[in-house]
Design a protein around this ligand. Structure first.
Ligand code: SF4
Length: 276
């Protein structure tokens, strides 16, 4: 389907134009999400998109699905309620690195622990863009931010390892440079039965890029090309070769654990049997 047809079918014309800065990666990630849903042939009424607060979370307002633009850091508990209310829905969570891993960090580990069938599309632009360029838990150590004018001394989360350890059963990472691969990763996340998270490495030229002298939007997207390594090649690299780079692709998948709404249904049946 052409980009024009996708926009006509999946976006709310009354909510456009969007507020994102020129060169922002949010549009690419949102486009990849829509392409993934379209390629899976999902009915719009069978899809729910729940977001938190921040630049990326504005996407839920632009998209013509069942949508909730919730509170800061609270997209996951809202999405959990939506999924429990109607387990047949494909529930996607749109969130940023600040929204998801700082104020929403506790919700993230518990949603992963439950293995509830949500697909988290984590827009990682390495900063709080909307609120003024403060550093987030995913801002790389040594980067500048308005709250770290002499560079942050905190160690950033490796979100893949964090959610894996918490119990997520599908974890992937992609970039906006590798857009076609990102579509495939989001599709796989939606198809996976259980908690899935796709980290989407994205550029914020206005805040992170400017503060860290990363050049313009083109330079930032080329930085992704030059620092991402396909998962298949990653394990063959030496520790020295891995320094400053990151793997992309499907990084973890486990289909052996029961999904939460299925376990919840079984619990209801057990309780009903016991009450007879
Ligand atoms: Fe995108 Fe950054 Fe602008 Fe927010 S501030 S819209 S993340 S470029």
């Amino acid at each position: 389907m052409s980009s024009e047809a996708l926009i006509e079918k999946y976006f709310r014309p009354g909510r456009l134009p969007h507020i994102w800065c020129p060169g922002c990666g949010n549009g690419i990630v949102t486009g990849c999400m829509v392409r993934a849903i379209d390629q899976l042939g999902l009915n719009k009424d069978d899809v729910a998109v729940v977001s938190g607060i921040g630049c990326s979370s504005r996407a839920s307002g632009y998209l013509d699905f069942n949508t909730v633009h919730s509170a800061h850091g609270r997209a996951l508990p809202v999405a959990t309620g939506v999924k429990l209310g109607n387990p047949k829905l494909n529930v996607l969570v749109v969130t940023g690195d600040g929204d998801c891993t700082a104020i929403g960090g506790n919700h993230l580990i518990h949603a992963a622990r439950r293995n509830i069938d949500l697909t988290v599309v984590l827009f990682n632009n390495s900063i709080y863009g909307m609120t003024g360029g403060q550093y987030s838990p995913m801002t790389p150590t040594g980067s500048k931010a308005t709250t770290a004018p002499y560079a942050t001394i905190e160690h950033d989360f490796n979100i893949v390892e964090l959610v894996k350890a918490a119990g997520a059963t599908f974890v992937a990472r992609g970039t906006t440079f590798h857009a076609q691969q990102l579509v495939d990763l989001i599709k796989k996340g939606i198809e996976h039965k259980g908690f899935s998270l796709i980290e989407c490495v994205s550029a914020c030229p206005t805040s992170f890029g400017r503060q860290n002298k990363m050049g313009n939007a083109d330079d930032m997207i080329l930085w992704q090309r030059d620092h991402a390594v396909m998962a298949a090649a990653w394990d063959k690299l030496t520790e020295e070769q891995k320094a400053g780079k990151f793997p992309i692709g499907v990084l973890y998948e486990d289909n052996s654990r029961i999904e939460y709404t299925e376990a919840y249904d079984a619990l209801i049946k057990r309780a009903q049997e016991a009450a007879k």
